[in-house]
Design a protein around this ligand. Structure first.
Ligand SMILES: [Zn+2]
Ligand SMILES: [Zn+2]
Ligand SMILES: [Zn+2]
Ligand SMILES: [Zn+2]
Length: 469
């Protein structure tokens, strides 16, 4: 019996299996925002998981050391008595006093449960005494890895080109120590596991990734440090005092969106006056601005500049590699400060160094206005109250516009200013903002519906396309 049991426990950690279990668990329970709080997960599992802090378990179980945490120097333990088939977790809330650490430990225990460690190997409790150190160690590594993939999935981290350790900690609600290990693993090594759930996970969190990164970091700074005028608040996540736009560029002096002096250094008699002013709007959420699609071009050797992917005014894709202006309408394709000559990102309406309005500013504002207008179609004549917003439209647009997908250039631009709803009888409803865009979307409905079938597993039988008025 004992040899059979030992044979069944894997000799090496099953990293792919663990990753897939963690991701499918996230998808199954519909989590689509970070941080995911382990206590919320426990609530969702309350039908078959009971979790108690050690101090409370002492009273309830009338035991001086419930689940032998002290005796075995464990931070938590999960037991599954055969009698009722439920899982019981007891975690140390006395000697471990960091919330982030307790959260991590609980996710680790949930890992043991979800990975079947207490059911697949004939064990009722994972106990160092019952298994050899090495075998026990494999399951420990798996549970730990589960917690790491669940709380900060590699598939989502790979989505960022640049994210700092502090940002990981704030975004995913983990300790800086855990964030540091994860950052090293994902960005400093060639370690890149792929799971069949990666794409589904990005789809699930796309709205969060697209709209809520700055807001989440900001809210967690407020939650973590309380007083938001500490230096970390200023360097990590700033808002423009005038237009509330989040400003990621840590060196910016002026707001890239409205041109305001961010620090307003000159406006205050001293630092404290400025900090108290900052505190006033600390609780007001900031605003994320949409991005014009761009590519990076090396105009001058060794120096990368951003060029809009297509003309932001007439949406023409007919752009030669060397072209600086659109040949149809003459709009600028690069963004440069006319005052100091700084090469700017295509999404900067004002020079962040000198505050001068940029060449692309008016085109950017017109584009943002079109985007905002079409976000809500509920006042349109055809609109029915039965329709609901298609939740993955942002993701579908992003994927169809990437080079990986088959969509032609016309479809990519037509999708730019569009919105999608699901109606009755499996109808998929798209609003486009011009007559030509609606025609392109209608002609390419096969491509769109095929893609949705592939990534969302839903079969919409027909498409209705309307022009936003
Ligand atoms: Zn464990
Ligand atoms: Zn501003
Ligand atoms: Zn043009
Ligand atoms: Zn400038």
């Amino acid at each position: 019996m004992s040899t059979q049991r030992e044979n069944r426990i894997p000799t090496e950690p099953r990293f792919n299996f663990v990753t897939e279990k963690a991701y499918s668990f996230i998808l199954e329970y519909g989590y689509n925002r970070f941080p995911i709080y382990p206590f919320k997960v426990l609530e969702d599992l309350s039908d078959y998981v009971v979790c108690l802090p050690w101090s409370e378990a002492k009273k309830i179980l009338k035991s001086s050391d419930p689940f032998h945490l002290r005796e075995t120097k464990a931070e938590a333990r999960t037991i599954r008595p055969r009698a009722d088939g439920k899982y019981y977790i007891v975690y140390d809330d006395v000697e471990v006093n960091s919330d982030a650490r307790i959260a991590w430990t609980i996710m680790h225990e949930i890992g043991h449960i979800v990975l079947g460690h207490l059911t697949d190997f004939g064990e009722t409790a994972l106990d160092r005494g019952g298994l050899t150190q090495k075998k026990y160690g494999v399951l420990e590594v798996e549970a730990h890895y589960f917690a790491a993939e669940f709380l900060m999935p590699t598939a989502l981290l790979k989505y960022f080109s640049d994210i700092s350790i502090e940002e990981i900690a704030l975004l995913f609600g983990v300790s800086e120590e855990a964030a540091k290990k994860k950052h090293k693993r994902v960005f400093d090594t060639s370690y890149m596991p792929r799971s069949s759930y990666d794409e589904l996970l990005i789809r699930n969190f796309f709205d969060f990734l697209d709209n809520d990164i700055d807001g989440t970091i900001y809210r967690n700074i407020y939650g973590t440090w309380g007083i938001p005028n500490k230096s970390k608040y200023v360097t990590l996540c700033r808002k423009c005092p005038d237009c509330l736009t989040y400003i990621a560029d840590r060196n910016a002096v002026y707001c890239f969106y409205c041109g305001a002096d961010i620090e307003k250094k000159k406006a205050y008699s001293n630092m404290f006056a400025r900090l108290s002013e900052q505190q006033k709007f600390a609780k007001v959420p900031g605003v994320s601005r949409p991005q014009l699609p761009y590519i990076e071009v090396e105009l001058i050797a060794g120096q990368k500049s951003q060029r809009v992917k297509f003309c932001p005014n007439c949406l023409s894709h007919d752009v030669n590699n060397g072209a600086v202006y659109c040949k149809i309408c003459g709009s600028p394709l690069y963004n440069v400060c006319s005052n100091c000559g700084k090469s700017l990102s295509v999404n900067e309406c004002f020079c962040v160094e000198c505050g001068t309005e940029s060449a692309i500013s008016k085109l950017y504002c017109a584009s943002e206005e079109r985007l905002n207008k079409i976000k809500d179609c509920s006042s349109q004549p055809q609109f029915s109250e039965e329709w609901f917003v298609y939740p993955y439209w942002g993701y579908v647009r992003m994927r169809l516009s990437s080079n990986r997908e088959e969509a032609n250039d016309d479809l990519k631009t037509a999708l730019l200013y569009s919105m999608a709803y699901v109606g009755d009888d499996d109808a998929f409803i798209v609003y486009a903002d011009t007559l030509s865009a609606s025609a392109v979307i209608f002609d390419n409905q096969g491509t769109i519906l095929d893609f949705i079938r592939r990534v969302d597993n839903v079969d919409y039988t027909r498409m209705e396309v309307y022009i936003f008025q």
